[in-house]
Write a protein that binds this ligand. Structure first.
Ligand SMILES: Cc1cc2nc3c(=O)[nH]c(=O)nc-3n(C[C@H](O)[C@H](O)[C@H](O)COP(=O)(O)O)c2cc1C
Length: 171
């Protein structure tokens, strides 16, 4: 979870929620938040959810071996950017360890903080189930656009130039 942070504030707090009755309450709050989110989503997003079989049912909140809630300290500078850098590093580290996770961003509120004993001024940014994949699981990674499709280059004269995979300092 280490990451660079604005003013070295390290404005993140990770809550490891073990399995037990508390998880049912977590699941209930997540599912309520998701039902509301789905209801107010635009049509295109509802279609994406339907196409990808994403529903407000969050069984993993109760059953995942470990559940990690990540909170951000809203009173710190650049807190949002810093917390998400930290989450990115965390999920990459899990992947290196051969663990599976899902970046899940429920719009939960104060009740959620209260349940986990977290100060209500902190904002829950993600809830990540962590565990091992099923032994015969076939992962189906979604397509990724190439760097050439996502990088624009401005040359020294200020003109748009084609992307060259070799950076100048690698030459
Ligand atoms: C910032 C962020 C928020 C996400 N929020 C949710 C979420 O609320 N619910 C969910 O089921 N998946 C969520 N996901 C997971 C994505 O929908 C997707 O399954 C995941 O990123 C892997 O697929 P991809 O290769 O298309 O990115 C989120 C992912 C990211 C990066």
């Amino acid at each position: 979870m280490r990451a660079p942070s604005g003013a070295n504030a390290q404005p993140w707090e990770y809550v490891l929620i073990e399995r037990g009755p508390v998880r049912n309450a977590v699941r209930e709050l997540c599912e309520r938040a998701d039902r509301e989110f789905h209801e107010r989503s635009p049509v295109w997003l509802r279609q994406f959810f339907a196409d990808h079989e994403i529903t407000p049912i969050k069984e993993f909140a109760a059953t995942a071996p470990l559940l990690v809630a990540v909170f951000g300290r809203r009173d710190k500078p650049f807190w949002l950017q810093s917390v998400w850098l930290s989450i990115a590093n965390f999920i990459t580290a899990l992947e290196f360890e051969g663990l599976h996770s899902l970046t899940y961003t429920p719009s939960v509120g104060k009740e959620f903080n209260k349940l986990l004993g977290v100060d209500e001024t902190w904002s829950c940014q993600a809830v990540l189930p962590v565990g091992h994949g099923l032994p015969d699981e076939q992962l189906k990674p979604r397509p990724r656009l190439s760097p050439a499709a996502k990088v624009h280059v401005v040359d020294g004269e200020g003109r748009l130039a084609p992307f060259n995979a070799q950076l100048p300092f690698e030459a």
